[in-house]
Each structure stands twice: as structure tokens, then as C-alpha cells.
Design a protein around this ligand. Structure first.
Ligand code: GN1
Ligand code: MG
Length: 379
């Protein structure tokens, strides 16, 4: 959208100062995001993020906003109680001129705005394992701070988002309908998923059987959804709260490792470059577990690697489903983009499968360490 159209939307929010600059932020695959720079009367600048919520993906944007309001309020209260300044540590929504948090324009587009977190960076890929440890700590802290939030009170903004059984149904339907006439070339890819159905549905099954508890989860824990302080490299804040919902801690952990510990981009075409980097895996796991000890059960910590397998396979299948549907869901920048993404995630899953025993040995040791610590402090 052009600057004037954005300025019209911005006029519906209680921003300080007057609009000076608009830049599009392009890293997300779902919403359209813009960074606004406003000039204040005293000459200083103030930055905001203005986002158009993708209502193809989020059918009930009011429910998204209700979740975001409640979760950010909770985080702000927690941080304040812990003696921290929440300004750069939790997202803050900007009120609309009507006193709400979302503006619906004449074309039925839905908009919301946040303070922009300044002097902070979000990486598409962690530059060092240390950065990734910070991301692990940020998502772990997020999980811990929301430990006492009533998960059942949140709306399910995308029903069945990580319900892989439901995802399989959608996948099968897409294959049967073959809307874009692409199925004929995809026999190998399709059987890849059908051969892994049991593994991919195992978290859902454990939740149903009461082996895994429901928690407040972020559900989109890519490294670029964590803001790090540009100077210190320390984690500040988790962003993109649209998919905060009840879910399993394994989802958040698994999706983060899938994205951040991969040696290649999510849409790498050269599959020889795609693998799971063990140093990054260990770093994230250390950061995450350091924050969630006591909040997660020992069994959850032990099972974390299952989250990596399931979430990698799930996203691979989502990309392939969208390719079969003719690219309706994810933004793409070339005709076979979703197929390339699917293949990269399939390759990554194969590598995770090869390393699975090593991943489990690592989290099992951390889970055991927890018992020791608790026993010691019990004396
Ligand atoms: C989407 O919003 P964004 O671009 O961070 C998607 C995630 C996928 C991710 C893959 C609501 O995330 O589930 O893992 O793309 N979000 C939604 O890059 O579907
Ligand atoms: Mg997102």
C-alpha cells in the first residue's frame, strides 16, 4: 500500500506526533507490516509498527486481538512485579481513536499497531549459538511467565493450528481435489507424509491421553519473532502473538529448533545444505530449559525433541498442501515456492530423524539434572 493509504489508516490510531516516514517490513509470511516513524513536537522521533491482519488466515481478528491484549497485559504485570521496565520487554498495543485496539477500514481490512521496539534486532538466522541460546531463553521465559495464565480462556485463533491429525485430513482432501492440477508430479512427496502419519500425530495423541498438558503457547516461535538488544545481544521480547493459544510446550520448542537450528533457509533449494546444527540445537535447548525448569514436567523436557520432528513434518506438509491448493495461504515470490519450502523441510526432517537419538539423550540428561537439583534442594 502506498504512503497516503497508510497515513489514512494511521490517523485512526492514537500515535504521538505526526507521521514522517513509512517503510514496509517484509519478513513475515502472513500479515502486511509497516514501520512508521513519527516526529514529536520536541523534535524526537517515535517508531511504531502498523499491521494489516491477514483475515484469510485469521477469520476472527477480534479474537486475535482479545488474546493479544490479555497476554500482553499479563506479561506487563509480571515484568513490573519482578521490578523490570516492561517498555522493551513486552509488546504494547496502541489504542485506536475509538478506544479499541483494532481498526476496520472501509474495505474491511483490519489494522492494529504496536510500539516499535527500538535498538533491537530480529534475526532470520542466529549468527552464533549464543544468539540462539538467547532466543531459547526468551521463548522459555515467555512460557514461564504465562504458566499461571488460564490457557483455556484464550480463543483458538486458528482452530486446530498444530492439530496434525486435522492437518492430515486437510492434506488428504487437497490431494483428492487437486485444485491446481499439481498432484501428478508429487507421488514421492505425498508418500513421505503418509509414511510418517503415526509419528506426526503423536503429540496430539499424547495430549488427548493426558500425557502432555495444555499450556499457553506462542505457536510461531521462529527466531525472527524474538527481539534481541542490538548492543548487548540479550533477548528482550517475543513478538507476533497472533497464534498465542492453548497448546503443547513441545510445539514452541520444536518450531523454534526447526527454524533456528537449520543450517539453511526455510526455502533453500540446494538440499545438500539443509541439516540440523547440533551446536545450535544444544544452545537453544540450554536457554529454553534454563527458563522452564519447574514450569514444565520432567516428561515434557524429555519429549522436547519430538516437538522438532513433529513441527518440521507438519510445516513441510502445510507447505505441500498449499502448493497443491495453488498457493492460497503462504505468501510466495515464485511459482514453485511452496514446493521448494516443502522439500527443504522434508530434508530437514530426515536429518532430525537421523539425529533423533542424540537429541533425546541431550534432553534426557537435562531432565535428569533437574531431578538431582530438586532432590538436593529438598534436603
Ligand atoms: C507463518 O507469521 P509468520 O510468517 O511468522 C506461519 C507459521 C509458519 C511460518 C513459516 C499464522 O509465520 O505457522 O511456521 O509462516 N504462521 C501462520 O515461515 O500460519
Ligand atoms: Mg506469524
Amino acid at each position: 500500500m502506498n504512503r497516503n493509504a497508510i497515513a489514512d489508516v494511521a490517523a485512526h490510531f492514537r500515535f504521538a506526533g505526526s507521521l514522517e516516514d513509512v517503510r514496509e517490513l517484509t519478513s513475515g509470511l502472513i500479515n502486511n507490516s509497516y514501520r512508521l516513524t513519527n516526529r514529536l513536537p520536541d523534535g524526537s522521533a517515535r517508531d511504531y509498527v502498523l499491521q494489516q491482519i491477514n483475515t484469510y488466515v485469521f477469520k476472527k481478528p477480534e479474537q486475535v486481538m482479545s488474546n493479544v491484549e490479555r497476554v500482553t497485559d499479563h506479561l506487563r504485570r509480571k515484568l513490573t512485579a519482578a521490578g523490570e521496565d516492561p517498555a522493551r520487554r513486552a509488546l504494547r498495543l496502541i489504542e485506536t481513536v475509538d478506544g479499541g485496539t483494532m481498526y476496520r477500514d472501509d474495505a474491511d481490512r483490519c489494522w492494529r499497531a504496536y510500539d516499535f521496539i527500538c535498538d533491537a534486532v530480529a534475526y532470520d538466522r542466529a549468527g552464533t549459538p549464543e544468539h540462539f541460546r538467547e532466543a531459547g531463553a526468551a521463548f522459555g521465559e515467555f512460557q514461564r511467565m504465562l504458566f499461571d495464565f488460564p490457557a483455556g480462556e484464550l480463543y483458538e485463533t486458528i482452530p486446530g493450528f498444530h492439530n496434525t491429525r486435522q492437518r492430515f485430513e486437510t492434506f488428504r482432501q487437497a490431494v483428492a481435489i487437486d485444485r491446481a492440477g499439481r498432484v501428478k508430479d508429487l507421488a514421492r512427496e505425498i508418500s513421505f507424509f503418509l509414511n510418517r502419519e503415526e509419528m506426526l500425530c503423536s503429540i496430539v495423541k499424547k495430549i488427548e491421553q493426558g500425557e502432555l498438558p495444555l499450556r499457553v503457547t506462542h505457536n510461531d516461535t521462529k527466531m525472527n519473532n524474538v527481539m534481541l538488544d542490538a548492543q548487548t545481544g540479550k533477548a528482550l521480547c517475543v513478538i507476533d502473538l497472533d497464534t498465542v493459544m492453548p497448546g503443547s510446550a513441545l510445539y514452541d520448542y520444536g518450531d523454534a529448533v526447526r527454524f533456528g537450528a537449520s543450517t539453511a533457509a526455510e526455502d533453500e533449494e540446494d538440499l545438500r545444505k539443509v541439516s540440523l546444527d547440533m551446536a545450535y540445537f544444544r544452545a537453544f535447548t540450554d536457554g529454553f530449559v534454563s527458563q522452564v525448569r519447574g514450569a514444565l514436567t520432567e516428561e515434557e523436557i524429555r519429549l522436547l525433541p519430538l516437538g522438532v520432528e513433529v513441527l518440521t513434518g507438519e510445516l513441510a506438509m502445510r507447505f505441500l498442501t498449499d502448493y497443491i491448493d495453488g498457493d492460497l495461504y503462504f505468501k510466495t515470490s515464485r511459482p514453485d515456492h511452496n514446493l521448494i519450502r516443502a522439500r527443504a523441510q522434508m530434508r530437514l526432517l530426515e536429518d532430525v530423524e537421523e539425529k533423533y537419538d542424540a537429541l533425546c539423550a541431550y534432553t534426557a540428561a537435562l531432565a535428569d539434572a533437574k531431578i538431582q537439583i530438586l532432590t538436593k534442594s529438598g534436603f
